[in-house]
Design a protein around this ligand. Structure first.
Ligand code: HEM
Ligand SMILES: [Cu+2]
Length: 542
């Protein structure tokens, strides 16, 4: 076997992972796939640092007395947990990792519209994360991830400024990613790929990008005003200087409520892909699912006042915000209905990604329904600032979003790495995560309803049983999250070669080799049909 022909045949195919080597080729890359992987590595780091703080909080809450952490330390730990998880993991997660990797592939493009800007976004993320890391290691910050004034501007003696600067900078990373995606989706679609032939994940990224572009500048301004008052004593929020502390809450939530949709919409988009692929059926109500993403993006801007029900808001404003908050649940419910209808009478293949999708649907529904409890005024006065709120948003952000992220990582892993992950381990981890999650967070609904307030390091004895359950659940959850990290790394070397299209899926990303070549497609694909042409079809345009 030393003939020239045999040597040529054995030469490995060039793809984005082996076309160049070395740290430089990664740090200066403009390939959207490599940028996606840079984000995957950085976000995994952020997730485990944020997770470390979560574990410490749960261990402290194992016993009623504040015996492991001092009150001040506890305040810092829940703040740093929240800041890292929200701004450095959840907000970028699916768009920056999966969106970057698959968006151009899904629309038949060579790259995103502005590849260098894309790399700059990652550097801004790293720069922002460096400031926040500095804040963490130089004493920490204790204001809560919400930075409410006047505490954050007048009283707190912790590292508020470096944290705020970190968040300010990472905001630009988010804006630039949104901008890049909007232009990419408008300008880079393959011939024949009309708007209503776009995969639903692309629709959800489009809606998310709009929020990123429109809402994030408000966060930047808010953080800047906070800095002006804290450093230069310009009166903006401090009544003694002529300011208004509640103004901060309006500004903060004007970004942060839309931001919760930045965190969940991309997850919803992933779930649409997974459900239709593993039910082997065309998605039910394509147009409704697509437009509900846009509706969520628009309505999401109108409901921030539901975070201020007990902040001295007028009762009329509160009633309007309450009503509008109910409305925002409608497009979310439309999606849940359509996913369920797609699964109905489908030929379900219970592969790991589908398990995550089913987990998402169940947990997101619980999170969304308890959101409605909170949106009703009388109920919210009772449970605001209790563990009920904590349980609500973790059901959505961890039960929903992180499930969607992991489902997507497993679904596209063969494309990313060219290898299959071990299916048995995948299913086991999904199951452990589902059980651990519910054991951690369901008791918190009850705790909150019984009146246990959030953000305290000690509590009365009567709450201990439920807290022990929650901490036990968190340990299981922790193991569940470590498993994928281990077996995905393992699979890079030992996994079965994946082939172009291991799931027999319909999207354009599956028509190119795994891992894809540097420029994604040998020949630009031409799209001639509807998306999701799976064998078990719904009537077209259901
Ligand atoms: C289905 C529609 C939803 C409704 C009606 C809703 C309603 C509410 C309400 C009224 C509150 C304020 C509770 C209080 O502070 O007393 C709240 C808190 C919260 N929600 Fe939702 N929500 C919904 C969906 C979501 C989604 C999709 C996310 C995240 C992806 C989310 C994340 C949060 C967070 C993080 C908080 C608490 C923030 C804090 O005080 O630290 N919610 N929700
Ligand atoms: Cu909200």
């Amino acid at each position: 076997m030393t003939t020239a022909a045999a040597l040529v045949a054995e030469e490995p195919r060039l793809h984005y992972l082996n076309e160049s080597y070395g740290v430089r080729s990664w740090l200066l890359t403009t390939d959207h796939k490599r940028v996606g992987l840079l984000y995957l590595i950085s976000l995994t780091g952020a997730f485990f640092v944020g997770g470390f703080f979560a574990v410490m909080l749960r261990v402290e809450l194992l016993t009623p007395a504040g015996d492991l952490l001092q009150a001040e330390t506890y305040n810092k730990f829940f703040t740093m947990h929240g800041v890292i998880m929200v701004f450095f993991f959840l907000v970028p997660s699916i768009p920056a990792v999966l969106g970057n990797f698959v968006l151009p592939l899904m629309i038949g493009a060579r790259d995103v519209a502005f590849p260098r800007l894309n790399l700059l976004s990652w550097y801004l993320y790293v720069l922002g994360a460096s400031f926040t890391t500095y804040a963490v290691v130089s004493g920490g910050v204790d204001t809560g991830w919400t930075f409410y004034t006047p505490y954050s501007t007048m009283s707190s003696t912790t590292q508020v400024m470096p944290t705020a600067i970190g968040i300010f900078i990472v905001g630009f990373s988010s804006i630039l990613t949104g901008l890049n995606f909007v232009v990419t989706i408008h300008r880079m679609r393959a011939p024949g790929l009309t708007w209503f032939r776009l995969p639903l994940f692309v629709w959800s990224l489009y809606a998310t990008s709009l929020i990123q572009i429109l809402a994030t500048p408000v966060l930047a301004i808010t953080v800047m005003l906070l800095g002006l008052e804290r450093l230069l004593h310009v009166g903006i929020f401090d009544p003694a200087l002529g300011g208004d502390p509640v103004l901060f809450q309006h500004l903060f939530w004007f970004y942060s409520h839309p931001a919760v949709y930045i965190m969940i919409l991309p997850g919803m988009g992933v779930i649409s892909e997974l459900v239709t692929c593993f039910a082997r059926k065309r998605i039910f109500g394509y147009h409704y699912v697509a437009f509900s993403s846009i509706a969520i993006a628009v309505f999401g801007f109108l409901v921030w006042g539901h975070h201020l029900f007990v902040a001295g808001q007028s009762v009329y404003a509160a009633m309007v915000f309450s009503l509008l908050s109910y409305l925002v649940a409608i497009p979310s419910a439309v999606k849940v209905f359509n996913w369920t209808a797609t699964l109905h009478k489908g030929t379900l293949e219970f592969r790991t990604p589908l398990l995550y999708a089913l987990g998402f649907i169940g947990l997101f529904t619980i999170g969304g329904l308890t959101g409605l409890f909170l949106a009703s005024l009388g109920m919210d006065v009772h449970v605001t600032d209790t563990y009920f709120v904590i349980a609500h948003f973790h059901y959505i952000m961890v039960g929903g979003m992180v499930m969607g992220y992991l489902g997507g990582v497993h679904y596209w892993w063969p494309k990313i790495s060219g290898r299959m992950y071990p299916e048995g381990w995948g299913r086991l981890a999904a199951l452990i995560i589902f059980i651990g999650f519910n054991l951690t967070f369901f008791p918190q609904f009850i705790l909150g309803y019984l009146g246990m307030p959030r953000r305290y390091h000690a509590y009365p004895d009567e709450f201990q049983v439920l807290n022990v359950m929650s901490t036990a659940g968190a340990s299981i959850l922790g193991v569940g999250y470590l498993l994928p990290m281990i077996y995905l790394l393992w699979s890079l070397r030992y996994g079965e070669p994946a082939g172009n299209n291991p799931w027999d899926a319909t999207g354009l990303e599956w028509q190119t080799p795994s891992p894809p070549p540097r420029d994604n497609f040998e020949v630009t694909p031409v799209v001639t049909g509807e998306p999701y042409a799976y064998p078990g079809r719904e009537p077209a345009h259901g």
